[in-house]
Design a protein around this ligand. Structure first.
Ligand code: NAD
Length: 364
């Protein structure tokens, strides 16, 4: 069985789906690894490094299992072989047409976004690994844009107070942002609609902002707020946001438009030179003034909406992602290195978004 690692073509995508240090693990399982020439270039991994680790440089698109980061584009889809397996970020909830095309082309596709978030799947959880990178990078971006220090500094020329950082949405990205801002010396506060998060926020040294709104949904995610809750939340957040130099937003509700948490009025109330980093840009953004993918200045506040922060830290982002995918591949092949899709396994069943002519064997 061959595992193919292809070169990403989405603009700005510098990650690669497998790194050399994980090739040995796949080879031990009886798999052969084929890497498309230049696949690792964005992450500073040359072809020769993959070769030394046991891979062959060649036609990765014809492999039995193709590993990708971004979903296949128009030009890439026809390069996948009928009957093959594709694994990657496939945006199954928003790119329904692409998933249908994959299925029609006879591809069996596993979307990393659909891996159930259960304890056994933690090592495969690419959403978490890449969210951690995004959370970390969001703080560095904010620190660079802010015309002030993050830490409190006492110098001969005077004492500078620490920056005040508020993180809205304290899931994986939000908690990493809080921890990173704390390490940089900022005064940190976290907010979420899932009350169980309060303890996690405090555990990374942040204050917990309690607005008295709880919205717990299915599978550990938040649910969408009602109209009334939303209005109340916006009003209370608008009052609170004026006290912060930096607001980092990460709030998502699966399959929905991102909730608006930072209104234009809230931005107007922020100190001059303030920074908003909106990590929810792909689904519309958490700030009313966000322009997804752009950096804008409004009311003297810089609003950044980077769409792919993990790609800006490609070495470690790729390494974490590669480990996630290796774990998943190991679940899809048997001890002899043959494809063995067991749909009675909830991870296999949950992650599979296109069957490409296969039957869900083993499903009860
Ligand atoms: P996410 O990216 O879907 O959302 C980010 C955060 O935004 C969440 O904490 C959510 O509660 C919050 N949010 C949504 N709407 C909001 C609103 N209107 N106002 C304020 N906040 C709002 O979340 P995520 O980071 O992927 O994590 C979701 C859950 O999955 C968490 O409970 C996390 O602990 C859990 N998880 C479990 C595992 C596992 O067990 N394998 C792995 C990773 C994450």
């Amino acid at each position: 069985l061959t595992v193919g690692v292809v070169r990403e073509s989405e603009p700005g995508e510098r990650r690669v789906a497998l790194v050399p240090k994980l090739i040995e693990r796949l080879v031990k399982r009886g798999l052969r690894v084929v890497v498309e020439s230049g696949a690792g270039a964005g992450a500073r991994l040359e072809d020769a490094v993959f070769e030394r680790a046991g891979a062959r440089i060649g036609d990765a698109w014809g492999a039995d299992i193709v590993l990708k980061v971004a979903p296949p584009g128009e030009a890439e889809l026809p390069r996948l072989r009928e009957g093959s397996v594709l694994i990657g970020f496939l945006r199954p909830l928003s790119d329904v047409d692409r998933i249908a095309e994959l299925e029609k082309a006879g591809i069996t596709a596993f979307a990393v976004e659909s891996i159930p978030r259960i304890t056994r799947a933690q090592a495969m959880d690419a959403l978490s690994s890449q969210s951690s990178v995004a959370g970390y990078r969001s703080v560095l971006l904010a620190a660079e844009r802010l015309p002030r220090f993050f830490p409190m500094l006492t110098t001969a020329a005077g004492t500078m107070p620490p920056a005040k950082v508020l993180v809205l949405g304290a899931g994986v990205a939000g908690l990493q942002a809080l921890a990173t801002a704390k390490r940089l010396g900022a005064q940190t506060t976290g907010y979420d609609v899932r009350p169980e998060v309060a303890e996690q926020v405090r555990s990374v040294g942040a204050n917990w902002l309690d607005l008295g709104i709880e919205a717990v949904g299915e599978g550990g995610y938040a649910r969408e707020l009602t109209e009334e809750e939303r209005a109340g939340q916006q009003q209370r957040l608008t009052e609170a946001i004026g006290g912060f130099d930096v607001v980092i937003t990460t709030a998502l509700v699966p399959g929905r438009r991102a909730p608006t948490l930072v209104t234009a009025e809230a931005v107007r109330g922020m100190p001059a030179g303030g920074v908003v980093v909106d990590l929810a840009g792909e689904t519309g953004g958490n700030c009313e003034l966000t322009e997804p993918g752009r950096e804008v200045v409004a009311h003297d506040v810089t609003i950044c909406s980077p769409l792919n922060l993990p790609a800006e830290m490609p070495a470690h982002a790729s390494e974490l992602y590669a480990r996630n995918l290796t774990e998943l591949v190991e679940l899809l092949v048997d001890a002899e290195g043959r494809l063995a899709l067991d749909f009675s396994d909830e991870i296999v069943k949950g992650a599979c978004v296109a069957l490409g002519g296969r039957e869900k064997k083993g499903e009860s």
